[in-house]
Ligand binder design. Structure first.
Ligand SMILES: NC(=O)c1ccc[n+]([C@@H]2O[C@H](COP(=O)([O-])OP(=O)(O)OC[C@H]3O[C@@H](n4cnc5c(N)ncnc54)[C@H](O)[C@@H]3O)[C@@H](O)[C@H]2O)c1
Ligand SMILES: [Zn+2]
Ligand SMILES: [Zn+2]
Length: 383
């Protein structure tokens, strides 16, 4: 089959790789109809992780089951399904607690597995024609038959639940004001989720104009951090007060004001968003941090950043009594309910999708999404 293979920093290629097989009675094989490119893929694409050449990318996968192992009981050939990016067993201690992002079965020696991702186990990515799904009864979320809402449902694999997770970690409740740093796909989904949860005002911070425009489209207040300090801009809207809740949808590759949209190590200030959030959230507020931070970053700006050690204004955090939550999204905690919001028409997250292209166009799409040019906000590949 054809698949998107990582070659070297800033290079992927579409190559022929072996077809996946049923290796265990609980497996299913899914023919992929949609697989999205994620900001998380860019960390590997840019050589900012330990990812080795040869890895097949793709953790945001949707398709139709074409084969099931003999132990698969509730999913069948022909089912239209979307898989959480987390690969999970459903029976380990963490899965039983709902923390499927920290499954201890699927990636021995580590808590957490994913398709097509460095350090996340042997699971081959779905930016390909076919994909093996282990524990298929647990990992395949069944969707309505047909082709309706393909782009909305594809976002259930990661970014819609992950943006929602940011609002859950921050405990966003009706009437609150929320600052969301980052208007990439995850940030836009966090802003959208905050609005779904009844936030009164959502401030969406970025410096890529096309992305700020999308935030404004859904009713958020766009804040361009190249124009002035975003904390001061947000407080000016609130008579000098801070926001109730804050969300970091940027992560460790945060860039300083005035940097190019493309970013790059020279522009990075890995702790800037965390410290601005501590500054902008009012006393007794809370922070949700779905943005990725890593314990090892070969391209880190200095020795401490290379180890993921950041300087955080913890004294200010303590003084203000701000709570925080972070980590991988446990997609399964949210995906069925978010699917039903799509079916009922109360949520249509696909406003974030800017480009839908064939698998063969993946190398070009990676490059443009990475450079944040031509309005590349979210790309779906259709094998
Ligand atoms: N926790 C999880 O389970 C999970 C899942 C998916 C993605 N992620 C992570 O979430 C983050 C966002 O993902 P994405 O797909 O939206 O990525 P993305 O790279 O497309 O978007 C990041 C955005 O942040 C903006 N940005 C950079 N510096 C900033 C700053 N100082 N202030 C405000 N905005 C700034 C960039 O311009 C960009 O638009 C990534 O770190 C990704 O790895 C986490
Ligand atoms: Zn993703
Ligand atoms: Zn498990």
């Amino acid at each position: 089959m054809k698949a998107v293979v990582y070659k070297e920093p800033f290079k992927v290629a579409v190559e022929t790789v072996p077809d996946p097989q049923i290796l265990h009675p609980n497996d299913a094989i899914v023919q992929i109809t949609s697989s999205c490119i994620c900001g998380s893929d860019l960390h590997m694409y840019e050589g900012r992780t330990a990812a080795q050449p040869g890895i097949v990318f793709g953790h945001e996968n949707m398709g139709v089951i074409v084969e099931v192992g003999p132990a698969v009981k509730t999913r069948k050939v022909g089912d239209r399904v979307v898989m959480p990016f987390n690969v999970a067993c459903g029976f380990c201690k963490n899965c039983l607690g709902g923390y499927t992002g920290y499954c201890t079965t699927v990636n021995p020696g580590f808590a957490g597995g994913a398709y097509g991702y460095v350090s996340m186990g042997p699971w081959v990515g779905g930016q390909a024609e076919l994909m093996q799904v282990p524990f298929a009864d647990f990992n395949c979320l069944v969707l309505p038959e047909g082709t309706d809402h393909e782009a909305d449902f594809a976002l259930l694999a990661d970014i819609f639940p992950t943006g929602y997770h940011g609002t859950e970690l921050a405990g966003v409740t009706p009437g609150e004001s929320v600052a969301v740093f980052g208007c990439g796909p995850v940030g836009l989904m966090a802003s959208y989720s905050a609005i779904l949860r009844g936030a009164s005002q959502v401030f969406a911070v970025d410096h890529v104009q096309a992305r700020l425009d999308k935030a404004a489209e859904i009713g958020a207040i766009p804040i361009n951090y190249d124009v002035a300090n975003p904390v001061e801009q947000i407080k000016a809207h609130l008579g000098g007060e801070g926001v109730d809740k804050g969300i970091d949808a940027v992560g460790y590759q945060a860039t300083a004001a005035g940097s190019s949209a493309v970013g790059g190590e020279q522009d990075e200030v890995p702790n800037i968003v965390l410290n601005q959030l501590i500054d902008v959230v009012a006393p007794t507020g809370a922070l949700g941090i779905p943005g990725l931070y890593v314990p090892s970053d070969p391209g880190g700006v200095d020795e401490r950043a290379k180890k993921g050690a950041l300087s955080i204004n913890f004294g200010q955090l303590f003084e203000k009594g701000i709570r925080l939550g972070t980590g991988q999204c446990n997609v399964k905690q949210y995906n069925a309910n978010l699917r039903d919001l799509i079916i009922s028409g109360r949520a249509l997250p696909s406003f974030v999708v800017s480009h839908e292209v064939s698998l063969d166009e993946a190398p070009d799409a990676y490059q443009k999404f990475d450079q944040r040019v031509d309005g590349y906000t979210k790309v779906i590949l259709h094998p």
